[in-house]
Design a binder for this molecule. Structure first.
Ligand code: SF4
Length: 546
């Protein structure tokens, strides 16, 4: 086993026996084999792109399958056996429609004898990252970075598709990048493709953001309560708003309260959810707190899009998954083939058997600063910048995680000068969104735009601010970016900043292990990339624009 595609890779090198996330070696091999076969599928998809062959199903499948390999999404071996089988079948069907090719990579040729999990695992053991270890070091790191970023792009693309939105350019790029990874290329080419992935990733985020707004309305600034009511409840974690809506609709007259966890906080800010009286509040904090907080919730639990951890005995019998999330032995609420609304009856029935949640905290959490809300503050923010009431805007965005070094983000916010405005999204905000941060001339110091997927809102607002100030470069804005990465969507965030030419981005709490020495040298030289240092040193440097 060799996996180093998230921030919790063992010793910041690689998980080599069992993943810190709970992924075991056999499952890791299945993930590797799936990506291997998807590269083969993309090889043919690129060849078919200028033909009349309809790639719709193949495109949507590739995005869904890549998404399944994102950290903490799916741990169900049977799911991967099915995806590998489908990937090979789709690849073979596509190959048959194309003229015979002279040179075909092994990824596009491999066939299984029978659909057999053990045989798939054995094959997977031979096609992971170590099998590619003879590459040029810099290219090796950038190729892996590209594949992980493509997983992030694929997951966002799939989420948008679930809301009825898609764009062919995302699928075209996914195939192009996977096909690119089959061969050796120059470092410059690999870096350019990484940046392109960042740019497209933010465009996919914007598409998803628009799809959410179209379905659920424009979010409005909202203070979300974290206390609890005295009735049994359902706790929903993950970013799928349509699943929250379906659960709310199906529990409306049942007397069951619904609470959000992790990335689901933003649901409280969407108009479509405000009409549900049983949307009771937000319970707990970020995804990695689930092992402690799920048992205390007492009720039924649903994980919708990602962030699943190995469940503890104290709550496993109350836990359900849906969407691409899965773990064998945990009941899964499947899509309905003939009716788009999922049937959450098993979850609701489970909730009825339980007692009310145990109180964890009694404060409110701010969220819901959509682009419209931020633009409404534009004049006040410009005025505060011009009068130096705001000295700097600090963007602290990304994921949370288990490492104790993530305490840095709490201390950073606690120690930032009071004239710094903070823009955030994603779960890293749970490190500081409970703090009393006050306001600057009536502008709340902490502006949370929502999920990691909503990072495009921050960039769009900053580009609007740049234009209003008549500046020709985002680097001239008094803004510092401090990105807390964990998994593959945060790699997109980081790459999108580089694609915009933004310098001095801080990436923490550790630098990605696939950014080897040669890659780090390149990124440092071209973009002044920084890891995090002490809070004091980083604040001083950020205030100096470094
Ligand atoms: Fe380790 Fe992260 Fe890979 Fe899981 S996803 S095996 S924690 S590197």
């Amino acid at each position: 086993m060799f996996c180093y595609h998230c921030q919790e890779a063992k010793k910041n090198k690689a998980c080599d026996t069992t993943g810190i996330c709970g992924k075991k070696a056999p499952l890791s091999s299945l993930h590797d084999l799936l990506v291997y076969t998807l590269k083969g599928l993309s090889f043919y998809a690129v060849k078919a792109q200028d033909s009349t062959i309809d790639l719709t199903r193949c495109n949507q499948f590739s995005a869904r399958a890549l998404y399944a390999t994102v950290t903490n999404v799916n741990f169900d071996s049977a799911e991967f056996v099915g995806l590998i089988t489908e990937s090979v079948q789709r690849r073979n069907a596509l190959a048959k429609q194309l003229p015979a090719l002279e040179s075909v990579p092994e990824e596009a040729l491999w066939q299984y004898d029978t659909i057999d999990e053990k045989a798939f695992i054995k094959k997977g053991e031979s096609v992971g990252v170590p099998s590619l270890a003879n590459d040029n070091e810099g290219y090796h790191g950038l190729r892996e970075s590209l594949v992980y970023a493509v997983k992030g792009l694929a997951s966002i693309t799939h989420h948008a598709l679930m809301l009825g939105k898609e764009a062919s350019k995302f699928y075209t790029f996914i195939h192009h990048a996977l096909n690119f990874s089959l061969n050796q290329h120059s470092i410059d080419e690999a870096l350019a493709l990484n940046l392109e992935c960042g740019k497209l990733g933010v465009e996919a985020m914007a598409l998803l953001n628009q799809a959410n707004i179209k379905r659920f309305g424009e979010p409005v600034p909202t203070q979300v309560h974290t206390d609890v009511w005295n009735k049994a409840g359902i706790l929903i974690s993950g970013s799928s708003l349509q699943d929250i809506q379906a659960v709310l609709e199906q529990t409306a007259d049942t007397g069951i309260d619904v609470y959000t966890h992790g990335e689901a906080l933003i649901a409280h800010a969407y108009p479509a959810f405000k009409r549900f009286f049983n949307l009771a509040g937000h319970y707990g904090g970020a995804w990695q707190d689930q092992k402690n907080q799920f048992a205390k919730f007492n009720g039924a639990l649903l994980i919708t899009s990602n962030s699943l951890q190995q469940a503890k005995k104290t709550y496993i019998e109350k836990l359900f998954t849906t969407g691409m999330v899965g773990w064998d032995a945990i009941p899964h609420i499947a899509d309905q083939k003939s009716n788009p609304a999922k049937n959450f009856t098993p979850l609701i029935e489970q909730a009825k058997q339980n007692s009310a949640p145990t109180l964890l905290t009694e404060h409110t959490l701010p969220t819901g600063y959509s682009l419209q809300s931020l633009n409404a503050l534009m004049d006040e923010i410009i005025s505060a910048l011009q009068s130096e009431s705001i000295s700097r805007i600090i963007v602290i965005a990304g994921c949370d995680g288990r490492h104790k070094e993530r305490r840095y983000y709490t201390e950073l916010v606690e120690k930032l000068p009071k004239n710094c405005l903070i823009l955030t999204c994603g779960e890293t905000k749970y490190r500081f969104n409970h703090l009393e941060l006050g306001d600057i001339n009536g502008i709340p110091r902490l502006l949370d735009v929502g999920q990691s997927n909503d990072f495009s809102v921050i960039l769009q607002f900053l580009e609007n601010l740049q234009q209003r100030l008549g500046l020709n470069d985002l680097n001239v804005l008094p803004v510092s970016f401090n990105i807390a990465w964990y998994e593959q969507q945060t790699i997109i965030m980081f790459l999108s900043l580089l694609a915009l030419g933004i310098k001095n981005v801080r990436l923490g709490p550790t630098l990605p292990p696939f950014f080897n020495e040669e890659v780090l040298n390149i990124l440092t030289e071209k973009f002044a990339l920084k890891g995090i240092s002490t809070v004091e040193d980083d604040i001083e440097a950020m205030l100096e624009g470094e």
